[in-house]
Design a binder for this molecule. Structure first.
Ligand code: 3IX
Length: 240
């Protein structure tokens, strides 16, 4: 399905509340079955969007402390806080939203609930020169695997999300081609961890990212991972 839209599509991140696409006059259906809605410029303000990586009342002291440390690092411009929405929108070259999925239902897996603190609370900072990203992640109760610890699949998800964000930031739109994890120590449910990603190398379309998940006080190594992301033909969403 992706290959059909690659030649014409560009990608931006937006929050979709579902309201704007329910305006029937803003849509028409093409013969291909792809529906187009208003251009991005015409979309009502409601689209522009909740950044799910802003602090909320569920964030622990550890999470807030780390967040403030990294916000400090953004002040000289070396690090950037990357926003995080609950869906990606795909636009064609005329800026028309290609509405391929039921908008009121599809959600980015890591941002699929409005209940603060219950699942993935995280924020990503990135440093383009050093080709690094840091994710601050606080796990919620709904991510339990072994009693009292985070599920391995949830760990894989957040590692994929943060390392994929770095690959996207550096290389534009990517797909995860492989993701290998070594679980060294379980992550206590509800705790805050630091996800450190480094772009190891980039060979044409292939971006290799190494990741370590460590405890918020940097005393324990929880997980290590290596991942390969392959660039696909989309515009870099972080370059506007
Ligand atoms: C990352 C998300 C992007 C979203 C961007 C949008 C907005 C961004 C905003 C924020 C970003 C935020 C978050 C990131 C969030 C989440 C991350 C989640 C990402 C995912 O959840 S994503 C779903 C799971 N993912 C798949 O569903 C992929 C299924 N798959 C395929 O779609 C194809 O398989 C593809 C495209 C991977 C390659 O296909 P292709 O036809 O384009 O290219 P080809 O096969 O020729 O491979 C080219 C070169 O990569 C080598 N290569 C390929 N695969 C390899 C492997 N496994 N091991 C070793 N090498 C491999 C080849 O050997 C060749 O190497 P060489 O050029 O040297 O010959």
């Amino acid at each position: 399905m992706l290959s059909k839209i690659q030649p014409i599509a560009r990608v931006i991140c937006q929050n979709i509340t579902g309201r704007f696409i329910h305006n029937p006059s803003a849509r028409r259906t093409m013969k291909s079955g792809i529906r187009f809605s208003k251009t991005a410029k015409e979309l009502p303000k409601v689209v522009a969007s909740k950044d799910y990586s802003e602090p909320n009342s569920s964030w622990s002291q550890e999470m807030m402390k780390l967040y403030e440390q990294y916000i400090e690092k953004t002040k000289d411009g070396s690090w950037k806080k990357l926003p995080s929405y609950n869906r990606f929108l795909v636009l064609n070259e005329d800026g028309h939203f290609i509405d391929k999925f039921p908008p009121s239902k599809a959600r980015l897996f890591t941002r699929n609930t409005e209940e603060e603190g219950s699942m993935f609370e995280y924020v990503v900072f990135a440093n383009k020169v050093e080709k690094k990203a840091v994710g601050l992640f606080q796990s919620g109760d709904l991510l339990e695997g072994p009693s009292g610890f985070v599920h391995g699949g949830a760990i894989a998800t957040i590692v994929d999300a943060v390392s994929g964000t770095l690959a996207t930031y550096v290389a534009g739109f990517v797909m995860t081609a492989s993701l290998n994890l070594d679980y060294k120590n379980p992550i206590p449910l509800g705790s805050t961890v630091i996800i450190e990603c480094q772009l190891e190398k980039k060979e044409e379309r292939k971006s290799y990212v190494n990741t370590r998940v460590i405890s918020h006080d940097c005393t324990k190594l929880h997980t290590e991972s290596t991942a390969l992301f392959v660039s696909v033909n989309q515009k870099n969403p972080y370059q506007g």
